[in-house]
Write a protein of this length. Structure first.
Length: 129
């Protein structure tokens, strides 16, 4: 009985740690690190923010730069040396990472063009070191 209770308590504590959500962190908040495994190598579709705005709808892009501010829930301004573009990042896509405007990131996603706007629908967010 005691072993079952201890196992249950450890499971609850472990689940709480896994359930943490990351997201954008303003410069006033402390940042926490996150280590994600996976392939590290050349990324296809590397473009600048300015180039991303000229691509056709649903084009796959990879951007490197900084997320500089939150515009609204799940909508952020991304900036690199060429300029800025709005990016949509779903809450689940932060994968527990906390990112500040000082952190250089790699975003992977699709160009989403509407009648008079262009934004990137981000699928992967990774902090570059």
């Amino acid at each position: 009985m005691k072993k079952s209770l201890i196992a249950l308590a450890l499971g609850v504590v472990s689940f709480g740690a896994l359930a943490q959500q990351g997201g954008f962190v303003s410069p006033q908040q402390p940042a926490a690190g996150y280590n994600q495994g996976g392939f590290k190598g050349p990324a296809p579709g590397m473009v600048s923010a300015a180039q991303a705005k000229t691509l056709r709808d649903d084009s796959w892009v990879v951007l490197e730069g900084n997320i500089v501010r939150m515009i609204s829930h799940e909508l952020y301004e991304f900036r690199d040396a060429s300029g800025s573009v709005n990016v949509e990042i779903d809450d689940k896509d932060w994968m527990g990472q906390n990112i500040t405007p000082n952190d250089k990131v790699r975003l992977e996603g699709e160009v989403d063009k509407d009648w008079n706007s262009v934004e990137i629908d981000v699928k992967t967010v990774r902090v570059l070191k």
